[in-house]
Design a protein around this ligand. Sequence first.
Ligand code: PMP
Length: 286
Amino acid sequence: MSRIVYVNGEYLPEEQATVSIFDRGFLFADAVYEVTSVLGGKLLDFDGHARRLARSLSELGMTPPPEMEDLLTIHRELVARNDIVDGLIYLQVSRGSAGDRDFHFPPADTRPTVVLFTQSKPGLADSPTAKVGISVISVEDIRWGRRDIKTVQLLYPSMAKMMAEKAGADDAWLVEDGKVTEGSSNNTYIVKDGKIITRELSKDILHGITRAAVLRFAEEAQMVVEERAFTIDEAKAADEAFFTSASAFVMPVVKVDGETVGTGKPGPVAVRLREIYLEESRKTAI
Ligand code: PMP
């Protein structure tokens, strides 16, 4: 059975879903996206993702698509039609197609292109990787200056992942002016002397939906959080390191540029935050 995807108002088998070659997303990476996790057939942090989508569209002056009102229904419909128990829903909105290639934006009444599809990931929350932790390398952050907008300009993050793979590591942490900005597709943290340290929100990083939830849970659990940038040397000398994202939740990092962090095993703070995040998010999933 082929996957059912959503394109501009229609649910179609993936083979029949098409987008114009003049689409601004294709030609100019003029598009924004969201990835929402599904656990037990329910959506995690849906409202947070919907709010961030609205903000990304607004920051780029993109006309919100007619689907904005029905996003939850469309997500749920795709979960049901594809029998997703655990997995991800990818959503992308582009500025649409002007029927030609032109740097100028098309007229404001051009219909944005809206695409959603599911990715089935049975056992998503029971990742064996989370039990052992991952390794990262540091690479220079050469992305554009509006990383708070969730655009589909993912070429450099993709290259950073390939650099990590080539170096025998699992992921890359991006460094600008000597400080870690974020991971290739996640927000980054270290733990030192019981304190959780993570970069403060700005235009330099994506405002992670998982980050917001995890920091709230950490504070509720009386953990100390310091929002400031940190260096790769601090990460190497930390007691623990981890990252957060909607698809990986809380993921322990046990090696940075070949050096072992802490004991070399997932640390207690990361392990606990992962447990709390999964438990609380399942409770509020819709
Ligand atoms: N930073 C970047 C660059 C990302 O791509 C992601 C994942 N989309 C995140 C942070 C984490 O954000 P979220 O928790 O909302 O998935």
